[in-house]
Design a protein around this ligand. Structure first.
Ligand code: MN3
Length: 209
């Protein structure tokens, strides 16, 4: 019984060019994200976890009932994959980027001193995350924090080093950039700033716990 679904992208596959190319977006959304959705549905179906929200699953991810063999690991990897990509797509928009506005601008200046300093910290977190993972801007106990995670872990998981409400996420798995940037992850990161959707980051900050 399928519960989790692949959301439609809020823009066309080629809308983020030249920063993120059409083929990368198409494969990333229609193959990678779809696979996380399918694998998560398969993992929870017929277990006690069926019907739980992603947030409920993440809050006890270190202690899920074993149920079928391999289920806890499959839920952590694929549940994270579903949530993180849902966030990632809405964190971007065509003609985005520039300086943040509103409450996010104030919060970034307050936490990091300046937008440039925040950008440096976040870019560094993304560039130095070894292997596959994500860089994050998180609202943690009312404070903005930059962090990164391995694989598909995220700050809503009880295993996370920094826990809180995710505001902005950057996918640094090779599947997110390799077709266009090959090994040049730093080039992908610096280009990605041109598609950041600060309106969405503001909306998430307004709802952050
Ligand atoms: Mn990805």
């Amino acid at each position: 019984m399928a519960k989790f679904e692949l959301p439609s992208l809020p823009y066309a596959y080629d809308a983020l060019e030249p920063h993120i190319d059409k083929l990368t977006m198409e494969i990333h959304h229609s193959k990678h994200h779809q696979a996380y959705v399918n694998n998560l549905n398969n993992a929870v179906t017929g277990t006690d976890l069926e019907g739980k929200s992603l947030e409920e699953l993440f809050s006890s991810i270190s202690n899920l009932p074993a149920g079928k063999a391999g289920v806890p690991a499959a839920v952590r990897n694929n549940g994270g994959g579903v949530y993180n990509h849902n966030l990632f797509w809405t964190n971007m928009k065509p003609n985005g980027g520039g300086l943040p506005t509103g409450a996010v601008a104030d919060a970034i200046n307050g936490a990091f001193g300046s937008f440039d300093e925040f950008k440096k910290l976040f870019s560094n977190a993304a560039a130095t995350r070894f292997g596959s993972g994500w860089a994050w801007l998180v609202s943690s106990n009312g404070k903005l924090v930059v962090t990164s995670s391995a694989n598909q872990d995220n700050p809503l998981m009880d295993v996370s080093e920094v826990k809180g409400s995710p505001l902005l996420a950057l996918d640094v798995w090779e599947h997110a950039y390799y077709l266009h940037y090959q090994n040049r992850r730093p080039d992908y990161i610096s280009s990605w700033w041109n598609v950041v959707n600060w309106d969405e980051v503001n909306a998430r900050l307004a709802q952050a716990k």
